[in-house]
Design a protein around this ligand. Sequence first.
Ligand code: FES
Length: 222
Amino acid sequence: MAWKTIDRNAPVIDADAAPALSEAVRDKIRSFFPRYDTKRAALLPALHIVQNALGSISWQAMAEIAELLELHPSDVMDTISFYTHFWTHSKGAKVITVCRSITCEILGGHAVLEELKQQLGIEEHQTTSDGRYSLATEECLAGCDHAPCLLIHERLHKRVKPEDVAGLLADPDNDRITAPRSDLFDAPAPDPIEPKEKEKTSDAGVAVLDSASGAPAMGGTD
Ligand code: FES
């Protein structure tokens, strides 16, 4: 096996580039701070927020997240590289994730993956030339009793056979889910704090709550 070498002296961030994270994204990340004892604990929500906003998490975005959470950039990169969910390069509008764990594998998951590769014309971790789909595999998707499974974006497709693949790809709603999303992606529930406390929090620049709804306000903490 050949080892990949990485030139650590080559700059990966353009010092003159505009910030990767908008103020709205930064404010949304900050809105998670009151939930935890440390800013470090908000790292996973921050990564979800940034990936949702930008599609992937660039080196520059990692550095800006690190600065916001008072971490070393390598802490952010370590976390990103641990989870296959996070992308460091741009991905397609929809990501198809095929389960590669034992139950799905035994029940035909590999054949489904091969059919997808053929129909999309890409290999794993690649994106179609029209930018519509990226393809990945992950360990168990928690649908073993419906194996073989795959996800399109966040929608789980169960008992998929190779002959289902064409129909799945042709369905424009193949990623549509009707279940409510985790509130990880939404504004956190307002704290039942006193008005005086609210004022103090606002002054500290940690979170500004909308006076009408109590929800975190966008663009108002700086
Ligand atoms: S083994 Fe595929 S969903 Fe669990």
